[in-house]
Design a protein around this ligand. Structure first.
Ligand code: FES
Length: 180
């Protein structure tokens, strides 16, 4: 499905030289943070920045592998840079995804305008529930989901239980909580 005769590695280099790659627990989302920084630098209207349903959050606590977050009050996306997670509330469900793209672990971005996740490297796109949008980019599976459970007004995410839909589809499908 190549559109030209450039080799895969060369295409990768040309497509996204310097895309942030998610480490085991390292940081990323540099592009998103950089974009926010540009908005601030340019004096963008605060109301515009506040309107975007993307937040950077920290876990409330928890053990090494269990991280606790408040249940998001409204639909939107929250990124925890310390733990490379994305907490998303969408249409009555809350999910926790791995921040890395399922293709080559590049940090995913959230597009508020298009209401979807996007990979800056090969341009795969995903719905808010993590479903891969067919024929976009090079991903071959949906976004990876962590195990998640409800604890009162919080969710607890198990970072040791990451489900890939092409490996354990049943567990992947069940990795959410319902909210009203
Ligand atoms: S890293 Fe290739 S599609 Fe995301």
């Amino acid at each position: 499905m190549k559109q030209n005769d450039i080799g895969g590695e060369e295409q990768d280099a040309l497509a996204c030289d310097g895309c942030a790659v998610v480490g085991r627990r390292g940081f990323l989302v540099r592009a998103g943070a950089a974009a926010a920084g540009v908005l601030v630098a340019l004096g963008a209207l605060p109301a515009m920045a506040e309107a975007a349903p993307l937040e950077f959050v920290k876990a409330l606590g928890g053990g090494r592998q269990d991280k606790t977050y408040p249940i998001p009050a409204a639909d939107g996306v929250q990124i925890d840079k310390d733990n490379d997670t994305i907490l998303a509330r969408w249409q009555g469900k809350v999910y926790c995804f791995n921040l890395g793209c399922p293709h080559q672990n590049t940090a995913l971005h959230w597009s508020d305008k298009d209401t979807q996740f996007e990979c800056p490297k090969h341009h795969s796109r995903f719905l808010p529930d993590g479903t891969y949008i067919a024929n976009s980019g090079r991903a071959t599976r949906d976004m990876d989901r962590f195990a998640i459970k409800r604890d009162g007004n919080n969710v607890v995410v198990n970072l040791d239980s990451l489900y890939q839909d092409d490996d354990d589809e049943a567990a992947w499908k069940l990795a959410f909580i319902s909210v009203s």
